[in-house]
Ligand binder design. Structure first.
Ligand code: ZN
Ligand code: ZN
Length: 628
């Protein structure tokens, strides 16, 4: 796909709304009802009507509550004009209609990845950061040489990640990097985040010499002559981190475009970017005004970890003006309540980890009671301001504290307020809590792709029962919880087909010879159910079920075409199906060129994700670190 695809003007996408329409649209978004412009049934075939785009020769999954299927879909003015039998839809093909052959594949509503750190996603990839998980030092050096050649600013930092000294014969040294790095400082973090390799320029900028005393818990590796080799371990990495500049606003803005390109190639047309700063919100707003934001973004503002932080954010926040809420909307705030239940053991559990330790809340406070009180106060402040709240909570004790806070803050009036709070990750939500969530329309935002990465690797940490139960999709759906799925990219690669596969099979990826096998047969869901967690239900979560998330007539024309029969194939094969076309607001933003599915980038992304989960670095934290 070309750069030009990003420069889509929303005027071309059916977004040329006058003020009245805009207000009507906003009201419809708020009410979650059918948006302005929905077509009355039958109007599509009125004499002389022709479509802008017709997609045929595929199985169309409307993904509405009735799970309607169809043979073709017609699009006009950025909306679904008709969906039905091929011979009926064909009547809408006029002289200027673009006709797209789905090649016998599957036509779905555009995918909604409901938890993606879009503002950090692109920063994981060149030119912002280079993958250096190579088998040899020579290959690693070649990557650095490429990065240096591509760098446009003299003396700019070259960043890389993923080297693995289990795979390499030894860690990379400055003497490897210096010959190719010119005046560019180079910093390469290893796969585990426990070590980094830097060149001489970086050592110099960090002021590290043969005489530097490492901070407690840190190692500055030295050669036989006592000179630093460039390898820094544990806390010694902080000496260099302190001098690596944060990405500039311009770099982040460009990385968002790169991230959107990557999402389009996955058929993703809507995302929630959780926990953004007001500055990042400004970047998104600028893109919308310039007509260059290629996906629909629901933003959760970062609420911090203390009530005063949240109050400060809300005091500084100004509602967006003159921006179509269907393209960019502040949905609410994101709170961060605990860690993750991996080997890092930072999720807060009712029953400790197998080794007897436990995680904790990460909310400010000197006692658990104080932390819970602060968490509940933050939820109350957000809810009183009329915000939806999404809270990162993975351990069962944390989830219970969060849901209790939601109930308290929602009060008796919750149905009218209709804020649709949710638990982000929701790994170990107890069954009783799922029941409470279902009764109060509290959603669960789960991570099938992370389940795939973890497989059975947590058996020695959580024990087999909790490992099986982690992300209880089946239980949650059976109890009536609104379940959404999300990649948490850049934690995993945003490959929703892999998520559908994992939700249906509960099979883990084999990573370093471990992790495979089924984890939680009882929590399997069907492929159609999994598809709803990526389309219709996140639209509900976005208060947008009336205008996106299904391919019914009148809905916005966000479409994902998959080259293969999503419902018919063995679920193991889902991950091998290519996304062939992506349409946003009626406009084709991605078309796959012929050739094999590009899985190498995805595989590399997953390996990195698995490694970072093991290091306990993941979730929303990773994104923050990438930005810092
Ligand atoms: Zn998280
Ligand atoms: Zn996250």
């Amino acid at each position: 796909m070309t750069r030009g695809d990003l420069d889509m003007g929303y005027a071309d996408m059916g977004y040329e709304l006058d003020r009245r329409q805009l207000l009507r649209g906003a009201a419809a978004v708020a009410a979650g009802t059918v948006a302005a412009g929905a077509l009355p049934a039958g109007a599509a075939y009125a004499h002389g009507t022709s479509a802008d785009l017709v997609i045929h020769n595929g199985r169309v999954l409307v993904l509405d509550e009735r799970f309607r299927t169809a043979e073709a879909v017609a699009i006009r003015g950025g909306r679904v004009l008709a969906v039905g039998r091929a011979r009926d839809v064909r009547r809408l093909v006029g002289r200027r209609t673009q006709v797209l052959d789905a090649g016998g594949g599957t036509v779905l509503p555009g995918i909604n990845d409901s938890h993606v750190h879009l503002n950090a996603l692109g920063l994981n990839f060149p030119p912002f950061s280079y993958g250096v998980d190579t088998a040899t030092i020579d290959e690693l050096v070649a990557v650095v040489r490429t990065a240096v050649e591509a760098a446009s600013v003299p003396g700019s930092w070259i960043r890389g990640q993923g080297w693995n000294d289990n795979r390499l014969p030894r860690p990379p040294r400055r003497t490897d990097l210096d010959p190719v790095s010119g005046d560019h400082p180079v910093v390469l973090t290893d796969f585990s985040f426990h070590a980094m390799a830097v060149n001489t320029a970086a050592l110099r900028l960090a002021g590290i010499t043969r005489d530097t005393v490492p901070p407690p818990g840190g190692v500055i590796e030295k050669d036989a002559d006592g000179e630093p080799t460039g390898v820094l371990r544990e806390t010694a990495q902080g000496l260099v981190r302190a001098v690596v500049p944060a990405f500039t606003a311009d770099e982040v803005a460009r990385s968002i475009d790169a991230g959107v390109t990557l999402l389009h190639a996955q058929g993703i047309t809507s995302v929630t970017d959780p926990g953004i700063t007001l500055a990042t919100l400004g970047l998104y707003a600028d893109k919308v005004r310039a007509g260059t934001l290629g996906v629909r973004v629901s933003a959760l503002l970062s609420g911090g970890t203390a009530p005063q932080q949240l109050r400060d954010v809300l005091a500084a926040y100004r509602p967006l003006r003159g921006i179509d809420p269907r393209v960019l909307r502040v949905a609410g705030v994101k709170l961060f309540a605990d860690g993750i239940p991996t080997a890092a053991k930072t999720a807060w559990l009712h029953e400790p980890y197998l080794d007897g330790t436990n995680g904790s809340l990460v909310i400010d406070g000197t006692t658990v009671a104080e932390q819970v009180a602060n968490l509940h106060e933050m939820i109350r402040v957000a809810v009183r301001a009329g915000f939806q709240v999404g809270t990162h909570a993975t351990g069962d004790a944390t989830i219970d504290a969060v849901v209790a806070g939601y109930l308290k803050a929602m009060g008796r009036d919750w149905r009218r307020a209709d804020l649709r709070h949710y638990v982000i990750h929701a790994d170990l939500t107890p069954r009783a809590t799922l029941r409470t969530m279902a009764r109060h329309d509290i959603g669960a935002n789960m991570n099938a792709t992370i389940k795939y990465l973890l497989g059975r690797t947590l058996d020695p940490v959580l024990g087999p029962a909790r490992t099986d139960y982690q992300w209880p999709y089946r239980s949650a759906l059976d109890l009536g919880v609104r379940v959404t799925s999300a990649s948490d990219a850049p934690v995993t690669y945003p490959n929703w087909l892999q998520g559908v596969m994992a939700a249906a099979l509960r099979e883990g990826m084999v990573f370093g010879g471990a992790g495979g096998g089924v984890a939680g047969e009882a929590e399997r869901i069907t492929v159609p159910e999994a598809l709803a967690t990526y389309t219709r239900t996140p639209a509900w979560q976005d208060h947008a079920g009336g205008w996106k998330g299904t391919l019914a007539e009148g809905m916005v024309a966000d479409v994902c075409v998959v080259g293969g029969d999503v419902l018919g194939v063995d679920p193991h094969e889902l991950v091998n199906l290519p996304v062939t076309t992506t349409v946003v607001g009626g406009r084709v933003v991605y078309e796959r060129s012929a050739g094999p599915v590009a899985t190498t980038e995805a595989a590399a992304g997953h390996e990195r994700g698995a490694a970072c989960l093991r290091a306990g670095k993941c979730c929303c934290r990773l994104a923050d670190e990438l930005r810092a």
